[in-house]
Design a protein around this ligand. Sequence first.
Ligand code: TYD
Ligand code: MG
Length: 453
Amino acid sequence: MVKKIKTAFYCRNCGHQSPKWLGRCPSCAEWNQFVEEEVGSSGVGSDLPVGLSEPPLPIDVITLNDRERIVIGMAEMDHVLGGGIVKGSSILVGGDPGIGKSTLLLQVLQCLAHKGLTVLYVSGEESARQIKLRGQRIGASSERLLIYVETSLDAILRQIEEIKPDVVAIDSVQTMYSSRLSSAPGSVGQVRESSERLILISKKTGIPIFLIGHVTKDGAIAGPKVLEHMVDAVLYFQGDSGYAFRIIRGVKNRYGPTNEIGVFEMRDKGLTEVANPSALFLSERPKGAAGSIVVPSMEGTRPILVEIQSLVSETNFGMPRRTTIGVDHNRVSLLAAVLDKICGLHLVNYDIFINVAGGVRLSEPAIDLGIVSALASSFLGRPIDEGTVVCGEVGLTGEVRGISHMEARIREAAKMGFTRCVFPKTDAGDTFPKIDMSLIRISSLKEMVDTIF
Ligand code: TYD
Ligand code: MG
């Protein structure tokens, strides 16, 4: 008798499982995402490696070994990972197609091979010749950098166990398939099965593994959401195709800080590290232009100076427009309303455009003061002194509120040659020794308008 294959319906977006077809996913609220797939073999959980689990131990008995990290030698990448690759960890790297994920991983592996480690790059997307061509561009040549073009999970696992490389990269997890399931590569079941088994072997052998993951149109890693829970670190490789620079951002890291970023520039010879991102983002700053201001924004533990530009122009329609790039749209509407009410700048009949130069995206409240001063400067047509940076959160009653990491921000601004910093008074308790800058503390928007113009 033919064995009946058990199937279920899975959401293509988040991996939610249901016994019957649904129009709308109850878990992620996406429409029309359910597809029928074979139910994964229940044996996955049972082959947990022997020796991975230890009896319960008192926490002060457990020893940490710092040498368990493999330092890559690419400063930006090490920074994002919290000081190198932890042995036995799995790292998911997501990003838009063409952003440079394959290039980044190949460079990371090349660096490691250069240090004498044996590394394995598994590709299910490109032929060995294509990888070689890319390798030539980035100058990768080492007998320790092994290229393996394969999509069969079993073959890959066999090779990993045989070669015992020091680091493995899988490009991409969506192209891998396991013969245990009959569904196509890239399906929810296959992605889950492949990553589960790869993560397992990495834990078992202590070989760190990089998984490249495709992203959906709204930027999340495609496939089951559980993928992000299973891995130890999730990195997003972001960037605007119109700009050469790329940002790698750690959104999850079990062994290091999150929200750290690393900045790269895509050149014709691959990615080069940008050691001083502030200089890059400020390099094309206009001189003496109204509506431009620089804010020191924190990305993880690192301050970066970015320019916020604003254009306020009289509206031609009944409904004024609020267009923003790089900052939250609602936040700008709110700040415009506060400016209107508190400072008497009547922005009601004006279109507002805000742009963060260089295509950076900012989300922390500390940039409020920057948005407000750019708006005021454009509205009044009065440029703000070029040597000024501002930062602070703005409340609904026009008060300027304290923010974190003030000293780091001020130091970065001083390092980049700025001469004046306007920031919240609540941070006045702090003294910042040896900073050659005029520090102006304010507590309300009114004071801000009085000081910066
Ligand atoms: P790739 O790593 O293939 O992207 P992904 O794997 O994320 O899809 O990068 C492809 C892009 O990078 C492509 O548009 C060409 C560009 N590129 C350069 O500009 N310089 C280089 O040295 C390399 C290798 C790629
Ligand atoms: Mg690729």
